[in-house]
Design a protein around this ligand. Structure first.
Ligand code: SF4
Ligand code: SF4
Length: 147
């Protein structure tokens, strides 16, 4: 989200070298899952392309890896800097996960990138037979069709 010029310190230098990671996704808070159905909804989110789900400071987020149309692929600067939305204005090098942690990436408590990862998590949380419920429903449907 940086603008050309104005390199004052270490964090801003990191920002200048970054390819604008903060402009390549948006994350929406979702309700903290409480039961099987809630976790299964998240598993469904994860079947979609370019989506992941993470937990940060106890809060759950749906992350959509979809880049903003206003980022330049030539210099990774905002092409609409003066009119950039409010949320972009509040995002600074100090609040950026990349620069504030001083490491190479984002550090989440939990990060689900595939539905299989959620399936494994659900098995740990609800038991190995957690998906039997779905299989039973499938069998019942087959029986109904036979009638
Ligand atoms: S705020 Fe963070 S993610 Fe965004 S350009 Fe700067 S270093 Fe990169
Ligand atoms: S409007 Fe500009 S600062 Fe905001 S996400 Fe898009 S490119 Fe980044």
């Amino acid at each position: 989200m940086g603008k050309k010029g104005k390199i004052k310190g270490y964090k801003k230098i990191l920002c200048q070298k970054c390819t604008g990671l903060c402009c390549r996704y948006f994350a929406l808070p979702i309700e903290t899952p409480e039961d099987w159905d809630d976790y299964d909804d998240i598993r469904w989110y994860l079947y979609h392309e370019d989506v992941d789900v993470f937990v940060d400071e106890g809060d759950w987020y749906l992350n959509v890896r979809n880049k903003c149309t206003q980022i330049s692929e030539e210099d990774y600067k905002c092409m609409n800097y003066d009119l950039r939305p409010k949320i972009c204005r509040g995002y600074t090098e100090d609040t950026c996960d990349l620069t504030s942690e001083g490491d190479e990436g984002y550090d989440y408590e939990l990060h689900f990138k595939t539905p299989q990862q959620m399936e494994e998590y659900m098995k740990i949380k609800f038991g190995q037979n957690v998906f039997k419920k779905l299989e039973v429903k499938k069998k019942k449907k087959k029986k109904k069709k036979k009638k």
